[in-house]
Design a protein around this ligand. Structure first.
Ligand SMILES: [Zn+2]
Ligand SMILES: [Zn+2]
Ligand SMILES: [Zn+2]
Length: 146
């Protein structure tokens, strides 16, 4: 891009250092932060510093429902992650896979977690609130199709 066009767009695009997708600014409940648009496959996130992603990768993972930080459970308790919003009513827990929380998806209908299930027609994603929420999604490459 020619030097003269440098200020043509006031909003600079920031790229994820891991997967090269764009980052987006998210208004989290704990304040703004930057998350990768490749979420949930890529869980890179940055703290927001003056409207820009900070230089340091935030090594903490975010809750797929409320965007608060996920906290790894004590070793004695088992290999899983739980939401730091637990006392605020977010009961998300995710299994630990090689030090990273398992991929989790949100029900588009009721905003609770989806769970992978085996039905007679194959694998699908059902709502964890079943039977009060009967939303279900077909599976493709281990993720729900919305
Ligand atoms: Zn990424
Ligand atoms: Zn949460
Ligand atoms: Zn649901």
């Amino acid at each position: 891009m020619p030097e003269t066009n440098r200020n043509a767009t006031s909003q600079r695009i920031h790229y994820c250092p891991r997967c090269k997708k764009t980052l987006r600014r998210i208004e989290g409940k704990m304040g703004p932060f930057w998350g990768c648009t490749g979420f949930p496959e890529c869980r890179t996130s940055f703290n927001d510093v003056g409207g820009k992603p900070s230089g340091d990768v935030d090594e903490h993972y975010r809750c797929p429902l409320c965007t608060r930080r996920l906290v790894r459970a004590d070793k004695e308790k088992g290999d899983y992650w739980f939401c730091s919003g637990y006392s605020k009513g977010c009961k998300v827990t995710l299994a630990d896979i090689d030090g990273v929380p398992e991929a989790a998806y949100q029900c588009q209908k009721c905003k609770h977690l989806l769970v992978k299930r085996n039905g007679k027609n194959g694998v699908f994603w059902g709502c964890s609130e079943y039977p009060s929420c009967t939303a279900s999604y077909r599976d493709k490459n281990n993720r729900p199709i919305f």
